[in-house]
Ligand binder design. Structure first.
Ligand SMILES: [Zn+2]
Length: 189
């Protein structure tokens, strides 16, 4: 199982801390130490870590993800920092910049991608993110419950709803991802 945790660190702070002191130095909010599988409340055990790439738009960092373990069920829980999505190298900020440039500002895919990340701005990746977002449209609309129905193409409408009420880049996707998972057990992407 993967859970998203706000360790109170941004990408660089997370990468620096983990490279200097290891994942054991991360301060885990108390609710994430509790077992999500068992009815009887108990604390999870530390269970090492695995490597993950993280693209913050400037560079691709290689860092570690902390794993916890329930000895009763024999299941692991990995704690992804809040700026990541499951199975995506790009951080929320990179994806949000792409979606804003592509669907709000209407820039061509290659230009939107180049604005989002310097590391590997491939158009295929942007197209793939668009398909991921499209697939999630029904559950996203149920989650966002927009007050007024807007006209126009699906993706620009979705992105406008996602960004509504958020000022800083990266924040909207992070927050919606956590809320969506808490309510419907699905990730944004
Ligand atoms: Zn357990």
């Amino acid at each position: 199982m993967q859970r998203i945790v706000d360790f109170g660190l941004d990408v660089k702070e997370y990468v620096n801390l983990v490279s200097r002191l290891g994942v054991r130095a991360l301060v885990i909010p108390v609710q994430f130490m509790l077992c999500p599988f068992c009815r009887e409340p108990h604390r999870l055990w530390h269970h090492g870590s695995y490597s993950r790439f993280m693209d913050d738009g400037e560079q691709v960092h290689k860092s570690q993800i902390l794993c916890l373990f329930c000895p009763i069920e024999g299941k692991t829980v990995s704690l992804l920092p809040h700026f990541l999505m499951p199975r995506k190298q790009a951080t929320c900020k990179v994806m949000e910049t792409y979606f804003t440039k592509r669907h709000i500002e209407g820039l061509p895919q290659a230009v939107a991608m180049a604005a989002a990340t310097k590391t590997n701005p491939s158009r295929q990746k942007g197209a793939y993110w668009d398909r991921c977002l499209e697939k999630k449209a029904p559950v996203l609309m149920a989650h966002l419950r927009p007050r007024r129905t807007e006209e126009g193409a699906l993706l620009p409408r979705l992105v406008r709803h996602l960004l509504h009420g958020f000022a800083s880049p990266g924040e909207a996707l992070c927050v919606h991802n956590q809320r969506l998972h808490a309510r419907f057990s699905v990730w944004l992407f």
